[in-house]
Write a protein that binds this ligand. Structure first.
Ligand code: BGC
Length: 352
């Protein structure tokens, strides 16, 4: 079969090549890959900054934003030929830690978890793949091509789930959310904010193009400029940071709004420092009961929440997030950051 492979920590090693067909293990589904979404993590792995090959191997099959069609399923697995599915990304650590033992592997406490296409297990970027039935999630076939947005939606479903849990620490009746960054994560976070009935504001540096249009079509308000200015105009109860850009992250953390919750979702590269008035930051957070927290990955519960959100969302708006489709043979173009593209989500068609 054909696969998108990379040698982690070796820049320039990304390629599409013939690899051995997957061997179907016990309780596994055999799946035909339909499409694969590409995100910042994939680009980071391709550029040599992140990622781990399976033990004993040099190469990793890339890809964790999956969409596939079941070709064969074990009896009583709950799946049948033709089902449209996505594969869950993370697997619990082998110890397991308390969180993994309870199915909350997204909150793993010892870091020994593995992730399809990212950490020590081959991903979903191939014409065929297998997945344990317990780590597959059936999708409503009416979702069609936007089913590939399921995984990034699970990541924001988890972030919102955590925000909802933090909300419960005291009376809090949030009405306004500010999302920084109008990439796939920011826009999907904004979409869930709208589904929750909130007044949603999205800040991005783009002044024209697809981002302001999608925010407007969502019924949210688009802002450009600094986080401080947007926050002044919006007075948000919740901030979801989805750029991972250090300058934006620092501004989001320094906002002085009582009882505000700031959720960080963007993975930034280490190595950038900027002067911060830690005294003021701490003072504001303590005197304002502020919460700044990070959120990553998603467990099965969040996959269910994401499926429910996608079912309620406007399919036409969702398909607008997919701004470029490439056949697998041209997958490397999705990683070429030297070509300016007004992209939100690039998707690889695995059968082309
Ligand atoms: C994926 C998560 C994963 C994280 C860190 C993200 O791009 O969506 O599932 O946990 O990268 O590896």
């Amino acid at each position: 079969m054909r696969a998108l492979t990379v040698i982690p920590h070796q820049p320039g090693s990304l390629q599409v090549q013939e690899v051995e067909d997957p061997v179907v293990g016990l309780n596994e589904l055999l799946v035909e890959g339909i499409s694969l979404g590409i995100c910042g993590t994939d680009r980071e792995i391709a550029s040599g900054l992140y990622g781990w090959a399976p033990p004993g191997k040099q190469q990793l099959i890339l890809g964790h934003e999956s969409l596939g069609r079941v070709k064969a399923a074990p009896k009583d697995s709950g799946f049948a030929e033709g089902d449209i599915i996505v594969g869950i990304v993370r697997r619990p650590d082998p110890v397991p830690c308390g969180a993994c033992a309870r199915g909350e592997f997204d909150m793993c406490r010892n870091g020994l978890y593995v992730e399809r296409g990212i950490k020590e297990v081959d991903g979903y970027g191939s014409t065929g793949w297998t997945v344990l039935a317990d780590y597959a999630v059936k999708l409503d076939p009416s979702l069609g091509e936007v089913g590939v947005l399921m995984e990034p939606t699970t990541v924001v479903a988890k972030a919102w789930d955590q925000i909802d849990n933090i909300d419960k620490r005291a009376w809090f009746d949030p009405t306004r959310v500010l999302v920084t960054g109008a990439g796939p994560i920011g826009l999907l976070a904004a979409m869930i904010g709208k589904l929750k009935g909130l007044d949603v504001h999205v800040l991005d540096r783009a002044t024209s193009g697809v981002k302001p249009r999608l925010v407007e079509e969502l019924g949210a308000t688009y802002h450009t400029g600094s986080v401080a200015d947007a926050a002044k105009a919006v007075n948000p109860d919740i901030v979801i940071e989805a750029t991972g850009a250090p300058a934006v992250v620092v501004q989001a953390m320094q906002l002085d709004i009582p009882c505000e919750i700031v959720c960080l979702t963007g993975v930034s590269s280490p190595g950038s420092s900027s002067p911060v008035d830690v005294g003021a930051l701490n003072r504001n957070m303590v005197l304002g009961n502020g919460v700044v927290f990070g959120s990553v990955n998603a467990n099965r519960h969040h996959y269910e929440q994401a499926a429910a959100a996608l079912a309620k969302a406007d399919k036409k708006w969702l398909s607008g997030l997919i701004t470029r489709r490439l056949p697998l043979s041209r997958a490397l173009e999705a990683f070429d950051i030297t070509v300016p593209h007004d992209d939100i989500k690039v998707v690889i068609d695995l059968q082309k």
